[in-house]
Design a protein around this ligand. Structure first.
Ligand SMILES: Nc1ncnc2c1ncn2[C@@H]1O[C@H](COP(=O)(O)OP(=O)(O)OP(=O)(O)O)[C@@H](O)[C@H]1O
Length: 643
């Protein structure tokens, strides 16, 4: 069988000289080793070729042509014959770039008129070279110096490593296509190769398309177990969030409300604080009786509603649709806690932390000395997110009003959301302050929030001498950052010019940076989803197979999967999961298992050979046959009375 030799180690040995047409011509032909390596180690051992590059003017045109096309550095032993389908292999794609090492020592230029001038290496000629224009008239001598010539046509379908895994050439094997496609067009999964034969089967069973990031050290048809599953850190985070969502408090003394049950306190301290709202507030996770989903309840203890319209103002917040605002769902009063409480219902973001918990956790006890300042890119990201939240709120003719660091929550790495919006609208309803005034005040609160995080100092929020803190910014942050904070903290002379749109225009470059990192984050998550795309199906299949195989109650039943015609299901199970090597040791190959299960699910027409454990029975079946058997056994299990 012809094999690809493009990367064969032999090519790295000194190449044999071109085969002389006649012994008498050899002395006129420049030795190929001189061309490639600058010297020939066989020069003194009888190599018959010319070793003096300056004598190349006497080289016949033919040997220059040999130089251009036969030079092993860019002569794939497998170059396609024009007119036939051609594909550059993945090996070719990964071949070391052409290095004109030997040529610099004064070799040839294909221009015969340059007899009197020293030969110059002309890279332009190399660049013009394309495999399509190559005429493989010359044979490529083996580099082992044996002197025997033979054509070596590269055929991606005959890569030795692949053919070992391929039962027959006529069988449809998706992994062969993977090789050819990746070889011919590394950017796309399906190549524009003329040799590509459309699959006769739907492709669902190998849809793990090679979306990056990729491991460099794997061949096109190889996959790592990690390629099929999401990274552990992400899985762990999602599990923890799910666990937090379903967490319950055994022996909880918390009441059940009209529409919410299973309350779990989210406050991390029992400290009663009324600083932000004027009432002590408590936060709970609760399950809705209506839809079973989890929500956050914020309870304002001891609040008495005097004006019905106050609580109705909350419905305006339903119009606010921003990724940086915790959505407000409802508000009502309740006596379930033994007092008159005002309850705000908002969306629940499991495992979130307030900015106080995240940035000031160590500061409160030990002061802010020695605490590392928050990096400027993080602060710009906060600024952009809060600005986008304010834009949505102001566009809905509302004002945020409350931007205390304890009322901004971090719901994911770097993702913040304004929390507890709407509370002050109800609690301070009677004050009836004009909207424009409240919106202008939002900028001041915004500036204070950023200043307090940047200076690691919570007293900023209540201080009246902000310039002391602003001056500290110059030590750590850029003048642009400082100016932005000053802009936010400076009350407006003319409110019309101090709008959130103006602010966003001013920080446009940071908005773009933030957008770009968000796109990157999106891409990363998308490629993670891609890994999981088939796993739901695989889990269902595993459940089916696990339920069907080795059922003790049907032991000896001639109609069941272990016996009769369904015996193959058991053999298939062994084929997928219990493979052994020639020494009888278990072969644990997740790629094989995933591939088999996907083909089973799609009912591929690919054939497999199943052998019984006692090696007395051999069946050749298609995955499609297996699918029918598995489905029949599964359907039988679901019948109410089987016997
Ligand atoms: N929508 C929400 N989803 C999930 N967790 C939340 C939500 N809102 C608040 N929390 C969490 O509830 C806890 C208490 O929030 P709260 O707003 O009462 O902060 P606090 O630090 O206790 O403030 P205060 O001192 O004013 O009571 C925090 O850990 C916060 O992360």
């Amino acid at each position: 069988m012809a094999t690809a030799r493009f990367n064969s180690p032999e090519l790295r040995k000194p190449a044999s000289s071109p085969r002389p047409k006649g012994r008498e011509n050899a002395k006129d032909t420049l030795c190929r080793n001189v061309l490639i390596y600058g010297h020939c180690r066989y020069e003194d051992q009888g190599c018959a070729f010319n070793h003096d590059p300056n004598k190349t003017h006497s080289m016949p045109i033919e040997s220059k042509k040999t130089l251009n096309v036969d030079s092993p550095s860019f002569t794939p032993a497998s170059l396609p014959v024009p007119g036939k389908s051609s594909t550059i292999s993945s090996q070719a794609a990964s071949a070391a770039p052409f290095q004109p090492r030997g040529l610099t020592s004064g070799t040839v230029t294909p221009n015969p008129s340059s007899e009197s001038q020293p030969p110059v290496f002309n890279p332009a000629l190399i660049r013009e070279f394309t495999p399509q224009t190559y005429e493989p008239a010359e044979t490529i001598g083996p580099s082992d110096g044996s002197g025997s010539d033979h054509h070596v046509a590269y055929d991606p379908f005959q890569m030795s490593a692949v053919t070992q895994a391929v039962p027959t050439a006529t069988q449809y094997n998706p992994y062969l296509e993977d090789n050819s496609s990746l070889g011919g067009n590394t950017a796309g999964f399906y190549p524009a190769s003329t040799s590509f034969v459309p699959p006769t089967q739907p492709l669902q069973y190998h849809l793990y398309a090679p979306i990056g990031p990729h491991r460099e050290d794997l061949l096109a048809y190889q996959k790592h177990a990690h390629d099929f599953f999401m990274p552990e850190a992400l899985r762990e985070e999602l599990h923890k969030k799910a666990e937090a969502t379903f967490q319950v408090m055994p022996n909880s003394q918390l009441p059940t409300l009209d529409s919410y049950h299973t309350l779990v306190a989210l406050d991390t301290s029992h400290r009663k604080s009324a600083t932000v709202f004027g009432y002590p507030s408590w936060v709970y996770k609760a399950t809705s009786i209506k839809n079973g989903s989890m929500y956050t309840l914020r309870r304002l203890e001891g609040y008495r509603l005097t004006n019905e319209r106050a609580i109705r103002s909350v419905k305006d917040w339903k119009r606010v649709n921003s990724g940086s605002v915790v959505s407000v769902v409802d508000a009502f009063t309740s006596r379930a806690f033994g007092d008159s409480s005002l309850i705000f219902v908002t969306n629940y973001h499991p495992l979130s932390k307030t900015l106080v918990e995240h940035h000031f956790a160590n500061i409160s006890k030990f002061g802010n000395r020695g605490v590392q300042s928050v990096p400027e890119p993080v602060l710009w990201s906060y600024i952009v997110q809060i600005a986008s939240a304010i834009k949505a709120v102001h566009a809905a003719n509302l004002a945020v009003r409350c931007m205390d660091p304890s009322k901004v929550i971090l719901t994911d790495k770097g993702r913040i959301r304004l929390n507890a919006c709407s509370v002050l609208d109800v609690v301070q309803f009677d004050a009836q302050r004009p909207l424009s005034e409240l919106q202008q005040e939002d900028f001041i609160h915004f500036g204070k929030l950023i200043l307090s995080i940047a200076t690691n100092n919570l007293s900023v929020m209540t201080s009246h001498t902000l310039m002391v803190f602003v001056d500290q910014l110059s030590r750590t942050y850029t003048p642009e950052f400082r100016d932005t904070v000053i802009w936010l903290l400076t009350p407006a002379q003319t409110p019309d010019t101090r709008t959130i749109s103006n602010f966003l225009s001013g920080i446009a470059t940071h908005v773009v940076d933030s957008f770009d990192s968000s796109l990157h984050g999106n891409d990363t998550l998308y490629s993670e989803i891609n890994r999981e795309v088939e796993n739901g199906r695989l889990a269902r299949l595993l459940m089916k197979l696990g339920t069907i195989n080795e059922r003790p109650e049907f032991d000896g039943d001639t109609m069941w999967s272990e016996q009769g015609e369904r015996y193959v299901i058991k053999m298939f199970r062994d084929y997928v999961f219990h493979q052994v090597n020639s020494e009888g040791k278990p072969v644990v190959d997740m790629g094989h298992m995933v591939s088999c299960l996907n083909k089973l699910d799609a009912g591929s027409m690919e054939r497999i050979t199943l052998t019984s454990r006692d090696e007395q029975n051999v069946f050749v079946v298609t995955y499609n046959d297996m699918k029918k058997q598995v489905n029949a056994a599964w359907a039988e299990l679901q019948k109410p009375a089987r016997r």
